[in-house]
Ligand binder design. Structure first.
Ligand code: APR
Ligand code: PHB
Length: 391
């Protein structure tokens, strides 16, 4: 058994774990990141790609926004279609915007930044176990290349996503779970074709929800709502594009260019909040703490805010001996998280076709979308939630 020490032991090298280790190192705090998967696997995952301006600001502070500032696409509006009706929500009237930049690219930038600063990232680590999280000296035990290790820590950050080990270290009589599982999924396709429109198009259609997003001016990321038991293999590229076209307003459908898929996958939709986010010296951040359905594009933004808050709390502990931010972490983060949960669940409920939907349910959905199209107050509320810009 080999033994080592660090100040903050971080489980998971997704955006949360990588950004936390970066912000801590910039403040002179030592950390070690333990990741179950290989570096290539982590770098290859395709995820969402809409960043709030506050998220971009945190990434700049972390020194990882150089390429994002060059290549990110700044959007000043979004289109929300209901059947044939197309409505644009304008962000610029509220001095708000979002930046479209794939999480895959952000992960690459974070990984390069960690390597450049000599950060310790350990990949292909198995059987991570948390020990003594209630004590002053918690530890992470793990196995790597057949050798057992014990990493003594002062704090542990659980950044290991929804299926990670850290949340399970909170005793069941302490941990509360709040959850909604949706009866459908999203089938996503990445393809080397120009986007149908310069802005994202969210479509609520009789056949189900669809979304046209992008990664660049020559690369599209599109989704259609699908059944939970759908098999990706049953969705040829042609079938996907035909279904997407059928759900878009005619003008957008006419502009749709199709091509071979570079990636195709089905993701279930879930709303999930764990509580509390702190247990002893363990702190949860990102998908380990909460899941939002992708409809509002909030997952990555929430994770980045959690990490900023946790980094600031740890910095206050180490530099000033102040623990009030650490003590407030869970309650403060949960308030912010619940607001994003509300928005994501609402947008999901308005745009999707739920099994057993009645004509009354559809009428309510269309009325919600009408209100968004015609009420300045409804638009302001939407812009505030979607862009994360306080108006
Ligand atoms: N031990 C070590 N690593 C683990 C373990 C474990 N037991 N369990 C999971 N991991 C790793 C996963 O392999 C993954 O690389 O933890 C990482 C968690 O990363 P993400 O799932 O990406 O979660 P997070 O970093 O919180 O990212 C926030 O924003 O857009 C959303 O869901 C999207 O991933 C995104 C999230
Ligand atoms: C994406 O680009 O993958 C994307 C964009 C907006 C969403 C969800 C996903 O709401």
């Amino acid at each position: 058994m080999s033994a080592s020490r660090t100040q903050v032991g971080i489980i998971g090298s997704g955006p949360s774990g990588l950004l936390l280790s970066q912000l801590l190192q910039l403040a002179g705090i030592d950390s070690v990141v333990l990741e179950r998967r290989s570096r290539d696997y982590v770098l290859g995952r395709v995820r969402a790609g809409v960043l709030e301006q506050g998220t971009v600001a945190i990434l700049r502070r972390a020194g990882v926004a150089e390429r994002l500032d060059r290549e990110g696409l700044v959007h000043h509006g979004v289109e929300i279609a209901a059947g044939e009706e197309r409505r644009r929500v304008d962000f610029s009237a509220h001095a708000a915007s979002v930046t479209v930049y794939g999480q895959t690219e952000l992960t690459k930038d974070l990984m390069h930044a960690r390597d450049a600063l000599g950060g310790t990232l350990l990949f292909e680590v198995d059987e991570v176990a948390l020990e003594g999280v209630e004590s002053e000296r918690p530890a992470l035990r793990y196995r790597r290349a057949g050798v057992e290790h014990r990493l003594e820590c002062e704090f542990i950050a659980g950044c290991d996503g929804f299926h990670g080990a850290s949340r399970k270290a909170i005793p069941p009589n302490v941990l509360k779970i709040h959850e909604r599982v949706y009866p459908f999924g999203w089938l996503g396709v990445l393809a080397e074709v120009p986007p149908v429109s310069p802005e994202l198009v969210y479509a609520s259609h009789e056949r189900g929800f669809a979304l046209c997003s992008m990664r660049s001016l020559v690369r599209s990321r599109c989704y259609v709502q699908c059944a939970l038991d759908d098999d990706v293999a049953a969705w040829s590229d042609d079938r996907f594009w035909d279904e997407l076209r059928a759900r878009l307003p005619e003008a957008a459908a006419a502009r749709l260019q199709t091509g071979r898929s570079l990636e195709k996958s089905i993701a279930p939709l879930r709303s999930f909040v764990a509580e509390p986010l702190r247990y002893g010296r363990l702190f949860l951040a990102g998908d380990a703490a909460h899941i939002v359905p992708p409809t509002g594009a909030k997952g990555l933004n929430l994770a980045v805010r959690d990490v900023q808050q946790l980094a600031d709390a740890l910095i206050a502990h180490y530099s000033e001996g102040q623990d009030d931010l650490l003590d407030a972490y869970s309650a403060t983060a949960l308030r912010r998280i619940w607001r994003a949960e509300r928005f994501s669940a609402w947008l999901t409920s308005v745009l999707h076709k739920f099994p057993g939907r009645t004509s009354f349910d559809r009428g309510i959905q269309l009325a919600e979308l009408d209100e968004l199209a015609s009420s300045a107050a409804a638009q302001a509320a939407f812009v505030e939630s979607y862009t994360g810009t306080p108006l």
